[in-house]
Design a protein around this ligand. Structure first.
Ligand SMILES: [Zn+2]
Length: 265
């Protein structure tokens, strides 16, 4: 279920990166799928999310429809409290609000849990040790180049964040993420740290190195928790599974009863 859980941690904040093991989904989604909610069996999706929440003791998990952009969704405690258990299935279940289109979620108060869904792209979790602001960011190639990480950091700083920590989760590595030479040149003109070579000697991009470079330039402390999703069988991989696969998530939440100074009083 978990590739990483609360390690290394920040007091009052929970973080997790899931893997594909220990769930109820079948076929290409075997088995702990928490994405592709329009295709997987509804009962399996609900079982998987229930197991996750039971295990962690958290409320409804906030998700967005990720579109490789830089739009940030700010979640306040009231919205999170009002969310139903099925809210994350908003694009699937009739009567629920459709998911907001965004690639970063930021929350500054309350017992809120934020998830980013991935299967090769980079999941980045952010927390501020002082204010306990948190964020979950979908940082694939397009998002990285568009500045989604800088946008999320900027939004947290605008809410008073001062000492930011980031966890870069499992994604496809630079030895596997082959791209056309022209695409590599275009990307490295924006973020030189992306430049890499596949294990078979062709141009590639190292998204983790790129994310780390962007975050460190923003004075964020970075933890890399990122085995390769394409070669490590614990993970869903868009490329490794030829586009037919599920999603693992990066999840960050405020621990109940320890909701941080921003929510005090
Ligand atoms: Zn790899």
């Amino acid at each position: 279920m978990f590739a990483y859980l609360n390690e290394p941690g920040v007091e009052g904040i929970g973080i997790a990166f899931t893997d594909r093991l220990g769930g109820a989904s079948r076929g290409q989604f075997t088995s702990f799928n928490l994405g592709h909610t329009d295709e997987d069996e509804l009962s399996a999706l609900r079982t998987n999310m229930h197991r996750l929440r039971e295990r962690l003791g958290i409320g409804p998990v906030c998700v967005v429809k990720q579109v490789h952009g830089t739009t940030i969704r700010t979640i306040d405690a009231g919205a999170a409290l009002a969310a139903s258990e099925d809210a994350w299935l908003g694009d699937r279940v009739e009567g629920l609000a459709p998911l907001a289109r965004a690639d970063a979620q930021v929350s500054t108060s309350g017992a809120v849990a934020l998830a980013v869904r991935v299967a090769d792209c980079v999941p980045v979790l952010l927390a501020d040790e002082a204010t306990h602001a948190i964020a979950a960011v979908h940082a694939g190639r397009v998002g990285l180049l568009s500045g989604v990480l800088q946008a999320a950091v900027g939004a947290m700083r605008a809410h008073g964040a001062r000492t930011l920590v980031a966890w870069v989760g499992p994604h496809i590595c630079g030895r596997c993420y082959e791209v056309p030479a022209a695409m590599q040149e275009q990307a490295c003109a924006v973020i030189p740290a992306l430049r890499a070579t596949t294990s078979w000697g062709t141009p590639s991009l190292d998204l983790g190195a790129g994310a780390q470079d962007v975050l460190e330039r923003e004075a964020v402390q970075v933890h890399r928790l990122d085995p390769c999703t394409r070669t490590d069988a614990r993970f869903f991989s868009h490329r490794g599974d030829h586009g037919r696969t599920g999603n693992q998530i990066g999840l960050i939440w405020r621990v109940a009863g320890h909701v941080g100074p921003a929510a005090a009083g």
